[in-house]
Design a binder for this molecule. Structure first.
Ligand SMILES: C[S@@+](CC[C@H](N)C(=O)[O-])C[C@H]1O[C@@H](n2cnc3c(N)ncnc32)[C@H](O)[C@@H]1O
Length: 214
């Protein structure tokens, strides 16, 4: 299944689950799957698994494309902890679910981290990222973004935005654009630097298009 179909299918499925008001946007979900594929991510962490939309989609991607991805996630909310097993079903076995990032073993380093929830010990992430790790931040989360930027002084930040509005199946406002996702290249390689520059240009064009069509 291609990534667009997979993210759309997963988004519709999770939109119908109990407590789906806070799930990641369909656009964010697609971008995460694209980054995982493009950067051949082996160790993945989601901070704030919620009801499981992102982590389940990453596990589905790994099964679908026969990729070896170690999928870690953190969640402490009682409601979500009850929903995750119901939603992930047999994929639950493939998720290493922790209460918070302090529980991550000292030798584990992530190639990609998605931040979509509160985490009081976010500074610990510094010890758990690979040399050229990427951190994606779902939604606004301006405080967490500023904090993470400070943790990685060499980092480059870009916003990824969509020109598509929320689908009729979404619990979000249908006349609103699908939610954005931010990407932080913590210590960019030349390739990542060029990728960052490309994203900056594409986003400028998208903002112009949004203005033009509004
Ligand atoms: C934006 S949500 C995370 C959504 C998750 N990444 C997903 O796409 O399914 C951020 C946090 O809100 C809390 N949360 C999510 N859904 C909730 C709900 N229905 N009721 C109460 N808390 C919720 C959880 O602690 C979660 O980590």
């Amino acid at each position: 299944m291609n990534l667009k179909k997979l993210s759309n299918k997963q988004y519709i499925k999770y939109s119908n689950f109990h407590g789906s008001e806070y799930i990641a946007s369909e656009f964010a979900l697609l971008q995460i799957l694209k980054f995982i594929t493009q950067y051949k991510v082996k160790n993945f962490l989601e901070v704030g698994v919620g009801i499981g939309t992102i982590s389940d989609s990453v596990i589905k991607l790994s099964i679908d494309k026969n990729l070896l991805i170690n999928c870690y996630g953190t969640e402490a909310n009682e409601f979500c902890l009850n929903e995750i097993p119901k939603n992930l079903k047999i994929n639950l076995d493939k998720l290493i679910l922790l209460e918070n990032v302090s529980e991550i073993k000292s030798d584990v380093k992530f190639d990609l981290v998605v931040v979509d929830g509160k985490e009081s010990a976010i500074n610990i992430l510094k010890n758990h990222v690979s040399k050229h790790s990427i951190i994606m931040i779902e939604g606004d989360r301006s405080e967490q973004t500023a904090f993470i930027k400070k943790l990685f002084p060499k980092s480059k930040l870009a916003h990824l935005i969509s020109l598509n509005k929320n689908g009729s199946y979404s619990k979000k406002e249908h006349d609103h654009y699908q939610g954005e996702i931010k990407v932080i290249f913590t210590n960019p390689t030349t390739f990542q630097y060029l990728h960052w520059a490309k994203i900056k240009i594409v986003v400028k064009v998208k903002f112009l298009k949004r203005d033009y069509f509004s």
